[in-house]
Design a binder for this molecule. Structure first.
Ligand code: ADP
Ligand code: MG
Length: 591
């Protein structure tokens, strides 16, 4: 049966081989075993239930948490040539009946259902006469209260499955699986002797970076300035920070959207849609954004703040580069992020046992932000992957895309200033003294006669503050907690002052765009035209990786176009001619 699965992968999806982990999961389901697949974001979970759905007689029901994204999921399948539909509260009763009648006739292979449906009525009754062969539960961690995506209606899935048929095959899919969550999934979904697979955590095309002490807003602006067409997500820790960064970027003339739970449903949906459709390339968001967003051409995910744990980080960062093309995941760390996350734990987690657990995970996240080892290795070890290379060559600690600047002299000036003002003031006063500020407070305190006064007058106040942040992030300085935080010397400060230790700052090298993208750009414009005409997001027409291959291989007929990754038979029939025309046209122009 795996042979058949491979054929389907080629014929419908246009892929030659499985991604790591997919084959095992599909094999297990085809053998009729309940299966729990824990695979990171972007690993390709959908294919793991869609292919069995295509192989089995009858219909597969997919439980999926977000109504707003169901149409996209169904559009993906329609464009692949796998008939599918969805049922949720956006439909009238008559339309629901109509779709179920069609299903009874065997017109669909998959039906996406919102979990709320299982709550409001006796959905099992409505399914009478429909041959349901398989129940796939996407984002299965929503069944557990341990994660932050808990959906009470997910608890109805177990009883629903039981009523549907005693031995209905169940597949559960998630990217987050800490122990509590996997246990809950097994328990609440009534999985029977499930095969559990935890695989595919390495996302080789993603480059990981941690930068400490950056001026975040400046960094983001510079980064976005490199390539205005690049699509990406910028995550911040709070709604307020979303609004601030969004407004700054808009003021600088950068087109972007925003998304957080404080906006109206309508505003959120429209921002999400604009992003999916490539009408805006960039979205600034809290972690409320992203679940079920399958847009494959996200080229970067920047974390403006450190998230609360590695699970959250990898899930959010993993939304970059689903198409397998190079994508960047950059985390901008500052010491303040730790305080914020601690505050959030105190405000939201009440059981002492869970609090301890959250603090432990937070510490592992902080360690990630400070390790000088390979970041990918750290991530893969964290998630329990085996056989990991020591240096990936593609993270800020292993890659040549990152420089280390020696800032020991500046560090010495700052540390000695903190020492001279007797560790009694915050970053602003320290920066003002070093800058040589004339302000009243500095003069009243007599700091204008210190030896460090004006020692960094060539820097702006902001630059000095950024360096203070870096030293805090690195532990050379320590910021006290409470209403009036003051800077104290931290571990290692003495060694730096005594010339025994150097201080480095990791910097991302600016990237020059060199690639000749003319044909790619033409194909991208065509893709957008087709997408708007068909009212689907561009990534559903073809992934960036497919456009990239088309522009490199330049197929001139259908047969050779089918060899391109991501071109299946159905898409060839639907869009092939238009793309081939552009390629031929481009070739003629070049002659
Ligand atoms: P997940 O749900 O695990 O986050 P998706 O199911 O959305 O991931 O898949 C991520 C991307 O990988 C999609 O763009 C999908 O088309 C692509 N993909 C899935 N399987 C393969 C494969 N075998 N070869 C190449 N690309 C694949
Ligand atoms: Mg998914």
């Amino acid at each position: 049966m795996l042979e058949q699965a491979k054929k389907i992968l080629k014929k419908y999806y246009g892929y030659d081989s499985f991604k790591p982990g997919q084959e095992k999961v599909i094999g297990s389901l085809l053998e009729g075993r309940d299966t729990l697949a824990v695979m990171p974001t972007g690993a390709g979970k959908s294919v793991c239930y869609q292919i069995p759905a295509a192989v089995f007689d009858g219909v597969t029901i997919v439980i999926s948490p977000l109504i707003s994204l169901m149409k996209d999921q169904v559009d993906v399948l329609d464009n692949l040539g796998l008939p599918a539909t969805f049922i949720n509260s956006s439909l009238k009763g008559s339309e629901v009946k109509n779709r179920l009648a069609q299903a009874a006739q065997g017109n669909y292979k998959l039906i996406y259902v919102a979990p709320e449906r299982l709550e409001t009525e006796d959905f099992v009754e409505l399914l009478k006469g429909i041959n349901v062969s398989f129940l796939a539960v996407d984002e299965a961690h929503c069944v557990s209260q341990w994660g932050h995506d808990f959906r009470p209606s997910y608890r109805k899935i177990g009883p629903f499955a039981e009523k549907l048929s005693k031995n209905i095959l169940i597949g559960a899919f998630t990217a987050t699986a800490t122990e509590g969550i996997t246990k809950d999934i097994g328990k609440f979904l009534n999985l029977k002797r499930p095969n559990v697979y935890v695989t595919g955590f390495d996302r080789a095309n993603l480059s990981f970076a941690v930068l400490r002490g950056e001026n975040k807003s400046r960094f983001v602006q510079d980064f976005l300035g490199e390539d205005r067409n690049k699509s990406g997500i910028i995550y911040t820790a709070t709604r307020k920070e979303v609004d601030n960064l969004f407004e700054t970027l808009v003021r600088k003339g950068i087109k972007c959207g925003r998304y957080h739970a404080g906006m109206t449903e309508k505003e959120r949906t429209s921002a999400q849609e604009a992003f999916l459709k490539d009408d805006i390339a960039i979205i600034v968001a809290t972690n409320a954004f992203g679940m079920g967003i399958d847009k494959s051409n996200v080229r970067f995910v920047i974390h403006n703040n450190m998230p609360k744990n590695m699970e959250a980080y990898y899930q959010e960062a993993g939304r970059a580069g689903r198409d397998g093309e190079y994508a960047e995941c950059i985390l901008l760390f500052s010491a303040h992020d730790i305080m914020l996350q601690k505050y959030l734990i105190e405000q939201t987690v009440f059981s002492p046992q869970r609090r301890t657990n959250e603090y432990k995970k937070l510490q592992q996240m902080v360690d990630y932000c400070h390790t000088s080892r390979c970041l990918r290795k750290y991530i893969l070890e964290y998630f329990g992957e085996e056989e990991i290379k020591d240096n990936c060559g593609n993270c800020s600690n292993c890659s040549e895309d990152y420089d280390s600047a020696d800032i020991t002299v500046e560090a010495q000036k700052i540390l000695s200033c903190v020492f001279r003002i007797k560790e009694r003031f915050g970053a602003t006063v320290v920066a003002e003294v070093l800058k040589g500020s004339q302000n009243k407070k500095v003069r009243q305190l007599g700091f204008n006669s210190l030896s460090t006064y004006g020692l960094m007058k060539d820097y702006t106040l902001q630059e000095i503050k950024d360096m203070i942040n870096l030293l805090t992030a690195e532990g050379y300085l320590h910021l006290t907690e409470g209403g009036f935080p003051v800077l104290k010397l931290g571990t290692g400060a003495a060694a730096v002052l005594k010339q025994k230790e150097k201080v480095w700052q990791k910097k991302r090298k600016r990237k020059e765009m060199v690639r000749d993208d003319t044909l790619f750009e033409k194909l991208r414009i065509l893709r957008k035209e087709i997408a708007d005409r068909e009212n689907i997001p561009p990534y559903i027409v073809f992934a960036d990786s497919t456009l990239r291959e088309l522009s490199a291989l330049r197929p001139l007929d259908g047969e050779s176009m089918l060899k391109v990754k991501g071109v299946g038979e159905n898409k060839l029939a639907r869009f092939g001619e238009e793309f081939l025309w552009v390629i031929r046209q481009h070739n003629t122009e070049e002659e």
